[in-house]
Design a binder for this molecule. Structure first.
Ligand code: 5GP
Length: 256
């Protein structure tokens, strides 16, 4: 069997050359990392769940005209994506105080924010993805003001849409992180698209009635039942059988 060429190996995902020019295959591992990769673990089945949850969310975004790199899911752990030039700036969108904003500004976790707040992070493992300002981004040429305008309006649009999508399944979208890429078309046009994944790995998701955490904070804070929480998100989206166990899928079958 021909071996695929690995293009990039991340902590939780691997990228392989895709079947057609301009495409890549994104493989979801079960690895989990936190605190700038100083904490590592394996959460059995996480890759399968995140592949499905991210597929569901990216497909809905594509449906409403928010451009993403997602093309289609290929199998349990892989999806076909468009090859993009990754912009080294991540945007964190916050609706409710939690995590680093609570520590940094002394706001109790769970406090609703006066409005959605966007933060920019410079993508650098060595530096621990530091928060940066628009000044840093444009002065160092990581993105231009046009790119930033597009990224900001995409982030707010994604936030509005995802708040509603999660509300519909009884989940509060506390915050999340987005990555962006530049997609070049055949006629040399450039479009900024949502890249990476959107899953409980990079969102804070709290049950609307119990406040229970259904995201990677369960791993970060040693709360246990990480896989179960991810399964519950997938189950509520209707993308897993009632048992929620990906292993309940026997043999090849067409999945929605
Ligand atoms: P915080 O700044 O509070 O640590 O994170 C804010 C939000 O962005 C959380 O939903 C968190 O999951 C996500 N986030 C921020 N940085 C990272 C990162 O490096 N990796 C992942 N998976 N999520 C991140």
């Amino acid at each position: 069997m021909a071996r695929r060429k690995k293009v990039y190996e991340g902590h939780v995902k691997t990228l392989f050359e895709g079947p057609e020019p301009g495409t890549l295959v994104q493989y979801f591992k079960d690895d989990a990392t936190a605190f700038n990769n100083t904490k590592h673990g394996i959460i059995t089945g996480k890759g399968v769940l995140n592949n499905r949850i991210s597929e569901h969310i990216m497909s809905r975004l594509n449906d409403i005209g928010v451009p993403t790199h997602f093309v289609r899911r290929l199998n349990m752990r892989e999806q076909l994506i468009k090859a993009v030039e990754i912009i080294p700036i991540e945007i964190v969108v916050r609706n409710v105080a939690a995590g680093s904003i609570s520590t940094r500004l002394g706001i109790a976790e769970g406090t609703p924010l006066p409005r959605s707040i966007l933060e920019y992070r410079y993508k650098s493992d060595e530096l621990g993805n530091p928060m940066v300002s628009e000044e840093h981004i444009t002065a160092f040429g990581w993105a231009c003001t046009h790119d930033l305008d597009d990224m900001m309006s995409l982030a707010l649009r994604v936030n509005d849409f995802l708040c509603g999508l999660f509300f519909g399944i009884g989940i509060r979208l506390v915050d999340f992180k987005l990555q962006f890429g530049r997609l070049y078309t055949a006629d040399d046009e450039m479009q900024i698209v949502i890249a990476d994944e959107i899953s409980p790995d990079n969102c804070r998701l709290w049950d609307m009635t119990t406040g229970e955490r259904m995201d990677k904070d369960r791993f970060r804070r040693d709360m246990g039942k990480v896989e179960e929480a991810y399964q519950e998100v997938a189950r509520r989206f209707g993308i897993l059988p009632e048992s929620g166990r990906p292993s309940d899928y026997k043999g090849p079958r067409v999945m929605q």
